[in-house]
Design a binder for this molecule. Structure first.
Ligand code: SAH
Length: 265
């Protein structure tokens, strides 16, 4: 018999055993009319604070839905404290950055307006919706914070003391990324980080100078080819996760019950 896989959803509500959690209109629509789920269908809920919980669907009226929360499946765990600061690009590519950076485990997405940034308007709500969907898919226990765009000068002026900065330098001013990250000491590895990627037109000369003058900056190269900004962002993220972040831990072995409840085999 086919096992019905649980639908995994993010909620803003508190989660605890016995809670009766109202789902949003969009979630109700998705479950009832897109997935054609009925009362009692299995759900997994997370809110970024209380871990992940098994729940079952209940129907409210013609359109609404709620979740009856049962048992916790995983305790809350934090993602690495890593920000991705990137210049906005056009719609399809920025959506892709939000989705993939969420999968790769960023804690925050920070759009930055640099001198050569062409796209200046960012739909923060849409980016957040992409991040929520990716977090639901990828079994994260949190959704990255999606920030409003800031000017480049403001980003640097407000950069928190102690947060290290990984700058992707396409002009050859940086060291090869694996070498630079491989040599970091223990304190640098334990610190919070931010990755800064330039726009399609590249950083302006004075922006490069300002970045290089920051305290705790590591300028790196991503190989001999010039990457598009979205590719550079994900390449830098993957290298950072492998060398400094949580890819250094083994992938957890989830119980077979858990995996089958997720529809994974
Ligand atoms: N200035 C370039 C394009 C910039 S690519 C031009 O128009 O010729 C966009 C951003 O991706 C860069 O600012 C940089 O942050 C990053 N990037 C792309 N390729 C890179 C590489 N080989 N090494 C380091 N960073 C790179």
């Amino acid at each position: 018999m086919a096992h019905m896989s649980a639908t995994r959803l993010f909620t803003e509500a508190d989660l605890s055993a016995g809670a009766d959690t109202e789902l949003t209109e969009a979630q109700a629509h998705y479950l009832r009319h897109v997935m054609r789920r009925d009362a009692g269908a299995p759900l997994l809920l997370f809110n970024g604070r209380h871990g992940e919980w098994q729940a079952t669907l209940s129907l409210r009226g013609k359109k609404g839905a709620a979740a009856q929360v049962a048992a916790q499946t995983r305790p809350q765990a934090a993602e690495p404290d890593l920000w991705l600061c990137f210049a906005p690009v056009k719609r399809a590519r920025i959506d892709w950055i939000a989705e993939k950076a969420t999968e790769l485990g960023v804690a925050a997405l920070q759009p930055v307006i640099t001198r050569h940034t062409i796209v200046e308007r960012v739909n923060v709500e849409r980016l957040r919706a992409n991040a929520v969907e990716a977090a639901e898919q990828t079994e994260r226990l949190s959704v990255p914070e999606v920030r409003a765009p800031v000017e480049f000068a403001r980003l640097l002026a407000d950069w928190p003391a102690g947060r290290r900065l990984l700058m992707a330098d396409e002009t050859g001013g940086g060291r090869p990324i694996a070498e630079a990250l491989g040599e970091l000491d223990k304190a640098a590895r334990a610190a919070p980080w931010g990755i800064v990627i330039g726009p399609e037109g590249g950083f302006a000369a004075d922006e490069l100078t300002a970045l290089r003058r920051m305290k705790d900056v590591t300028a790196v190269g991503l190989g001999p080819r010039i990457l598009r900004a979205d590719t550079a962002a994900l390449a830098a993220l993957a290298c950072w996760q492998a060398s400094v972040g949580d890819w250094r831990q083994p992938t957890p072995r989830l119980s077979s019950d858990y995996r089958s409840s997720r529809g994974a085999v």
